[in-house]
Design a protein around this ligand. Structure first.
Ligand code: CAA
Length: 262
């Protein structure tokens, strides 16, 4: 598939979306939103894809936020619509059944940080920088930053980042629980692919169930979340994956997950 603002690739069972506006540090405009949404529709429909990686083209940025030049002319209604479009895209990303890794190769600011937070986890280059600098532009995060950041790192840390607008290093982002792992810049891609390959051979049914249960249970009280877990746990027992996984353990061989339902 060809796009103008992103590059879509597939390496076996791993799909890759590269934000591809390096001259604008991969800033997000309505065309980027449309193209990523189309690519996600394609990924959802292609059952051979087991993992998605998001990364940025060029050596400077993952995504340096929403496109400021475009936003500057927005009326209040256009601003609201753009923010709502961003939210829809990130919900679309979050609701994919497969694991999604943000491979943050450089600046992840504003909408870029928000995009990374909608992935299942974040791996970052040691040179990457994170932040919600919208306050410096006289606006606020618009793609879920005020909501997802506080859920990830706590209310006061989220307020500090959104109110000061400062950029933090990848290591600081790891220390506050925003980033899972930090790698030397030159090793980031290889390490990300290594984990993507581990994810790609897991059972599809159980992978989907664990993702949905954590995502949907996160905003619930503990008892409701545990109830959802029991339902999902029981549902897994109906899968070929569960028969294969537990059978393989008892037969002392490696499981070969096919991902279908019995
Ligand atoms: N939108 C549009 N263009 C951008 C951009 C953005 N978010 N970020 C960088 N660019 C452009 C620059 O304008 C510049 O273009 P020209 O070469 O044509 O002048 C080019 O990318 C390179 O940028 P710099 O020269 O600024 O590079 P630098 O290394 O000196 O600085 C930076 C890098 C610190 C990331 C700086 O570019 C910067 O602060 N960018 C803006 C970051 C930001 O404020 N992001 C939040 C946007 S608002 C948002 O995202 C709202 C939301 O939640 C949806």
């Amino acid at each position: 598939m060809t796009y103008e603002t992103i590059i879509f690739e597939q390496q076996d069972e791993i799909a890759i979306i590269r934000f591809n506006r390096p001259k604008a540090l991969n800033a997000i405009n309505p065309s980027v939103i449309k193209e990523v949404s189309d690519a996600l529709d394609h990924i959802k429909a292609d059952t051979s894809i087991k993992v998605l990686i998001l990364t940025g083209e060029g050596d400077k940025a993952f995504v340096a936020g929403a496109d400021i030049a475009t936003m500057k002319e927005y009326t209040p209604l256009q601003g609201k619509y753009f923010s709502a479009q961003g939210h829809e895209l990130l919900f679309q990303l979050e609701s994919l059944a497969i694991p999604v890794i943000a491979c943050v190769n450089g600046f992840a600011l504003g909408g870029g940080c928000e995009l990374a937070m909608a992935c299942d986890f974040i791996y970052a280059a040691d040179s990457a920088k994170f932040g919600q600098p919208e306050i410096n532009l006289g606006i606020i995060p618009g793609f879920g930053g005020t909501q997802r950041l506080s859920r990830l790192v706590g209310k006061s840390m989220a307020k500090e980042l959104c109110m000061t607008g400062v950029m933090i290093s990848a290591q600081e982002a790891k220390d506050i629980g925003l980033v899972n792992k930090v790698f030397p810049k030159e090793a980031l891609w290889e390490e990300t692919i290594k984990v993507a390959k581990i994810l790609a051979v897991k059972g599809k049914v159980s992978m989907r169930a664990v993702k949905e249960t954590i995502n949907r249970g996160y905003d619930q009280d503990l008892r409701t979340g545990c109830h959802m877990e029991s339902d999902a746990f029981g549902m897994c027992m109906a899968s070929e994956d569960a028969k294969e996984g537990m059978g393989a353990f008892l037969e002392k061989r490696r499981a070969d997950f096919k991902g279908g339902l019995l």
